[in-house]
Design a protein around this ligand. Structure first.
Ligand SMILES: [Zn+2]
Length: 282
């Protein structure tokens, strides 16, 4: 699933490549991808995107103050720019056609199609945008914010930092990288974190995401890329490989659809976390 660094680079590329181009039309190639009915898609015709923003994992393409196209790519969605005459495949969910003969298409390969498109008068008309958590690069994201947010919350660290209503844009891959950089166990209850540990988590969040943006930007080279730079990660997807800090093998937790990678030595005081169903459930 694309996370903050992937989406931030997509946002930059879209700002570069679609802003200001007159829109001919827009349509939902897969009807249920569109989650709103009013305003109708006809409202986009004749307009153009003025700016591209991001709220958590949503991309917000603004036409005017009271018209915004909000996209959530979910697990497998990606955006492509292609000639309007290119065949619209079954994987295509949504199409914006520009007057100049190119389309911006939202494509989802695979059988599970979960991407969502909203056309709204204000971004907060999308419920999950209205309830979005703090942005990691905003001024509001401070160690004090985390301390307050975590106080009294018996939730595991990975669950906490991937909750989109708490912190925007952190998903399972970057969460593992952040917790590794902060030397914290993914199942540590956040209400037990000491001030210095919260400070480490805060700093690691920004460092890891910033490095992720730089790597992703370098790989994208101005193109729309779905998600990138996972192979350059320290622990995510590296089960059995040596920890880059201590050399012990990276361990893995599997729970439901979520996989979590961590170093038992660096993050868990040398205790292998038992393979129980209670992991990462709260
Ligand atoms: Zn280690």
């Amino acid at each position: 699933m694309p996370e903050l660094p992937d989406l931030e680079v997509m946002r930059e590329v879209l700002a570069e490549r679609v802003v200001g181009r007159p829109i001919l039309s827009a349509r939902a190639a897969r009807p249920d991808i569109l989650k709103t009915v009013s305003p109708s898609l006809d409202a986009l015709a004749g307009g153009s995107f003025r700016e591209v923003g991001r709220v958590g994992k949503h991309l917000v393409l603004t036409v005017r103050d009271d018209l915004h196209l909000v996209l959530h790519l979910m697990v497998a969605g990606r955006l492509v720019l292609t000639g309007s005459k290119t065949k619209v495949t079954k994987a295509t969910g949504f199409v914006v056609t520009f007057v100049d003969g190119e389309d911006l298409r939202l494509v989802e390969n695979g059988s599970i199609k979960r991407a969502k498109v909203h056309l709204v008068a204000k971004p907060s008309d999308v419920d999950r945008v209205a309830r979005a958590g703090v942005e990691p690069f905003s001024e509001a994201f401070t160690p004090q914010f985390l301390a307050k947010r975590f106080a009294g919350e018996r939730r595991q660290a990975k669950k906490a930092i991937t909750d989109p209503s708490w912190i925007g844009g952190v998903g399972t891959a970057y969460a593992d990288e952040i917790l590794f950089a902060a030397r914290l166990s993914p199942i540590r209850y956040v209400n037990t974190l000491k001030d210095e540990e919260i400070e480490r988590l805060w700093a690691a969040t920004r460092e890891v995401l910033r490095a992720g943006i730089e790597r992703t930007r370098a790989r994208a080279k101005g193109a729309l890329v779905a998600e990138a730079a996972r192979e350059a990660m320290q622990v995510y997807g590296k089960a059995g490989e040596p920890c880059p800090v201590c050399g012990n093998p990276i361990a893995e937790i599997r729970y439901a659809e979520t996989r979590t990678f961590y170093c038992t030595h660096c993050q868990a005081g040398d205790k292998t976390i038992a393979d129980r169903r209670s992991w990462l459930t709260r």
